[in-house]
Design a protein around this ligand. Structure first.
Ligand code: PEP
Ligand code: MN
Length: 351
C-alpha cells in the first residue's frame, strides 16, 4: 500500500503516518518526491485496512497496490528508475546501454583484448563471467577470483564498467568488490537467499529471467532484492525454453513493453543467450532496441572459435562494430541514443 501525502505536507504529518503504519505492525518507507512525499507500507501479505491512515492529516490518497509485487510495480513508483552503475553510466533513462564482452573471462590477455575491441566499437560496459554456471560439471567453470582481477584490470585499461555474474553469497561479495554490477543468472533467478543477500549489498543488480520463468515471477524475484533494501535492479530478458530446437531459447521481446508497463525498473535484452545462434543475435539485438529495451547484453569474443564457452553465439569483433552502428540508427529513429563512452574512458578522451 502506498500513502500519498498532500503537496506541502509537514514532516510531523509524515512522521504521524509512519508511526501509525509501524503501530499496525508493518514497515514504513517514506519516499520524498519532486512533487510530494509518499509513504510505502511493506510487510503485508494481503489487503490492509487503510481507514486509520486515510483519516490522518496531510494524507491525500491511499493506493492499494494490486500486484503481488509491490515495490517494483508502477503503482508504487510511476516514474522510471534510472540505475547508476558507474560515473556517467546509467541504465533506465533515454540512453541505450551496450554491455558486451565474452561469455567467460579466460585469461588476462583475452579479456583486455576483448575490452579494448568492444570499447572501440562503442560499448559502455564490459561483460565476462568469472563464475560460470555450466550445465556440465566437466565444462570450464570460470577463473573465479583471478577472473575478477583480470576484469578489474580491463576496467582500469579501458574505463568500461564491469558486469559479471555471482552464483553464491561469497561470489557476490567478491563481485561487489571488483565489479560494477552483480549479475544474477537465469539459473539463480529464484535463488531467494542469494536475492536477499544481494539486496543488502550496495551494488546494482542485473537480474536475468529464468529459463522457464513467467514475467510475474521475474518481477517477484526483483521484489526480493528491493524488499531487502537495494533499489538498483536492472531486469534482463534472455529467452525462455520452448519446444523448438532451432534456437537455444526463444527471446521474448514482448517482455520488454510488458515489463515497462508493469514496473518502473529498467529492462535490457540478451539476444546472445536468447537465440544461441551467432547469426540470429544481430537481428534480435536490433529488434530489442526497436522494442524499447534500455540496453543490450551481447557476447563478443576476439576469437569465437577458441572460446571456452558459448563460442557459437559470440559475435566476431567486426560483426559487433557493425551492430553498434546499426543500433545507433535504430535508437535515433525512436528518439533515443546509444550511450556514449563512459567518462574518463580512453574512448571518451579520444572524442
Ligand atoms: C551469461 O550471461 O553468461 C549467462 C550464463 O547467462 P544466463 O544466466 O542468461 O544463462
Ligand atoms: Mn554465455
Amino acid at each position: 500500500m502506498l500513502v500519498v501525502m498532500r503537496h506541502g505536507a509537514s514532516q510531523s504529518e509524515i512522521d504521524a503516518v509512519v508511526a501509525v503504519i509501524e503501530e499496525m505492525g508493518y514497515e514504513a518507507r517514506p519516499m520524498p518526491g519532486a512533487q510530494r512525499t509518499a509513504v510505502g507500507l511493506v510487510g503485508n501479505d494481503g489487503r490492509v485496512d487503510a481507514s486509520r491512515i486515510e483519516a490522518l492529516s496531510g494524507v491525500a490518497q491511499v493506493i492499494h497496490v494490486t500486484q503481488p509485487y509491490k515495490q517494483v510495480s508502477r503503482e508504487w513508483r510511476p516514474e522510471n528508475t534510472v540505475v547508476k552503475i558507474a560515473p556517467g553510466v546509467s541504465v533506465g533513462g533515454n540512453d541505450v546501454v551496450v554491455i558486451a564482452g565474452p561469455c567467460s573471462v579466460e585469461s588476462e590477455d583475452q579479456i583486455i583484448t576483448a575490452a579494448r575491441l568492444v570499447r572501440d566499437a562503442g560499448a559502455t560496459c564490459l561483460r565476462g563471467g568469472a563464475f560460470k554456471p555450466r550445465s556440465s560439471p566437466y565444462s570450464f567453470q570460470g577463473l573465479g577470483r583471478r577472473g575478477l582481477e583480470f576484469l578489474a584490470l580491463a576496467r582500469q585499461e579501458t574505463g568500461l564498467a564491469v558486469v559479471t555474474e555471482a552464483m553464491d553469497e561469497e561470489g557476490a561479495e567478491l563481485v561487489a568488490e571488483y565489479g560494477d554490477v552483480i549479475q544474477i543468472g537465469a539459473r539463480n533467478m529464484q535463488n531467494y537467499s542469494l536475492l536477499r543477500f544481494v539486496g543488502k549489498l550496495d551494488k546494482p543488480v542485473l537480474l536475468k529471467r529464468g529459463l522457464a520463468a513467467t514475467i510475474g515471477e521475474l518481477l517477484l524475484s526483483a521484489e526480493y532484492v528491493l524488499a531487502a533494501g537495494n533499489p538498483n535492479v536492472i531486469l534482463c530478458e534472455r529467452g525462455v525454453r520452448t519446444f523448438d530446437t532451432v534456437t537455444r531459447n526463444m527471446l521474448d521481446l514482448t517482455a520488454i513493453p510488458i515489463v515497462q508497463g508493469l514496473s518502473h525498473l529498467p529492462i535490457i535484452a540478451d539476444p546472445s543467450h536468447g537465440t544461441g545462434v551467432r547469426d540470429k543475435v544481430i537481428p534480435m539485438a536490433r529488434a530489442a532496441v526497436a522494442a524499447g529495451a534500455h540496453g543490450i547484453l551481447v557476447e563478443v569474443h576476439p576469437n569465437p572459435e577458441r572460446a571456452l564457452s558459448d563460442g557459437a553465439q559470440s559475435l566476431y569483433p567486426e560483426q559487433f562494430a557493425q551492430l553498434v552502428r546499426e543500433l545507433r540508427s535504430i535508437a535515433g529513429a525512436i528518439g533515443r541514443r546509444v550511450a556514449p563512452a563512459p567518462e574518463g574512458s580512453t574512448a571518451a578522451a579520444r572524442v
